[in-house]
Write a protein that binds this ligand. Sequence first.
Ligand SMILES: *Cc1c(COP(=O)(O)O)cnc(C)c1O
Length: 372
Amino acid sequence: MVDLRIQYEKLGPEIDAAIKNVLKSTAFIRGPEVGIFEKELQKYLETNYVITCGNGTDALQISLMALGLKPGDEVITSDFTFISAIEVVALLGLKLILVDPDPYTYNITAEAVGKVISPRTKVIIPIHLFGQCADMENIMKVAKDNGIYVIEDSAQATGTDFIFSDGTGKKAGTIGIIGTTSFFPSKNLGCFGDGGALITNDELLAKKARSIANHGMKIKYRHDDIGINSRLDTIQAAILNVKLNYLDRFNDARRSVADFYDKALAGCKSITLPGRSAYSSHIFHQYTIRVGNGLRDELKNYLASVKIPSMIYYPGPLHIQDAYRYLGYAEEDFPVTSLLCKEVLSLPIHPDMEQEQLEYITCNILKFFETK
Ligand SMILES: *Cc1c(COP(=O)(O)O)cnc(C)c1O
């Protein structure tokens, strides 16, 4: 699905040197590379503050803590996603309100959000799924009209551009009051372990988030906030300093892979290609098709038999997971998510895919459908 080895082989000498530097300095926690990375990512995203932390899930938790939410406050997010946003909302005693995504872009819409806003709604968390932004312009409009914060989960969209209707653009994660991201190894900007960050233009929130990520301390051993311990290791920051320089190139390469898939699979009637919206670029963290006529699992098995990996992101709606039954949702409450969980299939995509591999994958997919 991803080939981290090829990438390491390509960037190896640069990354080895960066790691060695940290080993020699022994500044493993809060070394200078961490501050350098925060500044570089700030510049890349054109934002005022980047606060690194231990992982993308912590970044979401710290965001909600920094906004000072109270138990019972309502947070709206998607039923079709990775668990992080939902988990931290539940952990903090906030009330989860789930919505169905759009069946083509897989992202939540302003319309769906608008329908579940109540006087207790405090936050909307759009998740820019698979590398494409949700409709931030209209989501921000709904949020503003109702005095609600927006936290963007851009773990899968580091480097994606949102394009407003006036033609101006902003990077994913810089539009809401806070954005969060993850540097998990398979993410578009990934390190060699865990890592994450918060992104904001708000100085007070930045200070609060930095304090919360460090045991609630602004000054050593003085605890102003209830905090957690969540840091980006210096070694990971040193690796990210190398990889950030290649992010745009890698994202372009992923887009070329997606273009190839789009063209090769366009005539296939049982396949719905990933929708591309006019308001967002797409960095294809995943290339996720929908396979109709109940053929998804059969196709997946066929691909496995010819040594082509594929993955189901995500196999089950979150509202019916055992841990979240307490929310009281019924199985049929989110028909789009339920349909997507039956139809989605993510194909291999990474910046170093070769023409030959792409031809082998697409020829086999077409061959499978010839007999159907
Ligand atoms: C990966 C991911 C996260 C969390 O990342 P971790 O660093 O593994 O905690 C959160 N949200 C989404 C959508 C993700 O894909």
